[in-house]
Design a binder for this molecule. Structure first.
Ligand SMILES: Cc1cc2nc3c(=O)[nH]c(=O)nc-3n(C[C@H](O)[C@H](O)[C@H](O)COP(=O)(O)OP(=O)(O)OC[C@H]3O[C@@H](n4cnc5c(N)ncnc54)[C@H](O)[C@@H]3O)c2cc1C
Length: 300
């Protein structure tokens, strides 16, 4: 019998904590998490978040063959939104007191009805209270395809770019790297106090790019200026992990492949969101012409 890599879990809010200016850390618990197996690194999961007038998410079906059609058939005003997030940390794996931390970027203020409609996940995080329950499709085995950080054996240096949405993933990756691994990283955040303290055994050279300090500049242009000016350590087999806003990460990949001559197969880049498009719109594009995957994310 094969074990399904992904399944539904019920996540109950245990507490919330403001981290930096832009992040709200939501810690989840719940009995079903005893079977949750994060693969670490940039492990993502799909959250189903209730509309503002509901405290809990209740999907009509969590059966692997019928959930998608049943979810799609819900009336618009009742249908939970599906959004991709990262497991920042899992504690207590395999016990009955598992906790998961997820760091939500609070984009928009999330306080008005318009925000709730425009950015439902960010806005849900702002309303989250202990005892609220949501549902998620997450990993039941640690080796799963939602861990995208997969440097080949022999990798001798890492190049990383993350914006604030990918900073939780970058932080989790840094914590797990081998001691002394050379890393050159650029992390772009909205505010100076989003420069979170990061722990790593690696030999990491981290440059923070604070967007509020470059007000008025086109974001990708300013970033590329910093990236171009950086010196990368000589390496035989570098691997790059690039995640964040879709247009920005394309520009970073182009720079790494065209101007730095990195092998394009050694650049793992993942769009976490796209300026001007909700995850619904991205999912609709992703689904056009193909069946939903078990752990659907809006790969851009
Ligand atoms: C694999 C993966 C892992 C991710 N992990 C995380 C994570 O750990 N933490 C996290 O915060 N996000 C994470 N994201 C990104 C998150 O899924 C998106 O930001 C998502 O769009 C947020 O949903 P929403 O309902 O708040 O906004 P949506 O309804 O999807 O979008 C509404 C509007 O807001 C804009 N928008 C979306 N996100 C942002 C943003 N951060 N800043 C400014 N404008 C934005 C959109 O372009 C759109 O115009 C991840 C995405 C992927 C694919």
């Amino acid at each position: 019998m094969t074990v399904a890599d992904f399944r539904f879990f019920t996540l109950e809010v245990v507490r919330t904590l403001r981290v930096g200016h832009s992040f709200l850390r939501v810690t989840f618990g719940g009995e079903s998490l005893a079977d949750f197996r994060s693969g670490g690194y940039d492990q993502s999961l799909s959250l189903f978040l209730p509309p503002p007038h509901r405290e809990h998410t209740r999907l009509p079906s969590t059966d692997e063959d019928t959930w998608f059609a049943a979810w799609r058939a819900m009336p618009d005003e009742e249908r939970p939104v599906m959004r991709s997030y990262t497991v920042r940390e899992q504690r207590g794996t395999g016990t009955d007191t598992v906790e998961l931390d997820i760091d939500f970027v609070r984009h928009g203020t999330g306080t008005s009805a318009a925000d709730a409609a425009d950015s439902p996940a960010s806005s849900w995080a702002g309303r989250a209270l202990p005892g609220h329950r949501i549902q998620a499709i997450g990993p039941a085995v640690a080796q799963n395809k939602s861990v995208r950080f997969q440097p080949p054996a022999g990798t001798d240096a890492l190049v990383m770019y993350a914006d604030e949405t990918a900073l939780p993933a970058a932080a989790a990756i840094l914590e797990r790297l081998p001691e002394g691994r050379r890393v050159t990283a650029w992390f772009e955040v909205p505010h100076a106090d989003d420069r979170l303290a990061l722990r790593t055994p690696a030999d990491a050279d981290i440059t923070w790019i604070v967007r509020e300090e470059g007000a008025g500049r086109e974001r990708t242009e300013r970033l590329l200026e910093v990236v171009r000016a950086a010196e990368l350590p000589a390496a035989e087999a570098p691997y790059a992990w690039v995640a964040g806003e879709a247009g920005t990460i394309r520009a970073v990949r182009r720079h790494l492949v065209k101007e730095r001559s990195l092998d394009r197969r050694a650049v793992r880049f993942t769009g976490y969101w796209r300026l001007g498009a909700s995850e619904e719109e991205l999912l609709a594009e992703a689904y056009a012409g193909r069946a939903p995957s078990e752990e659907p994310t809006a790969e851009l």
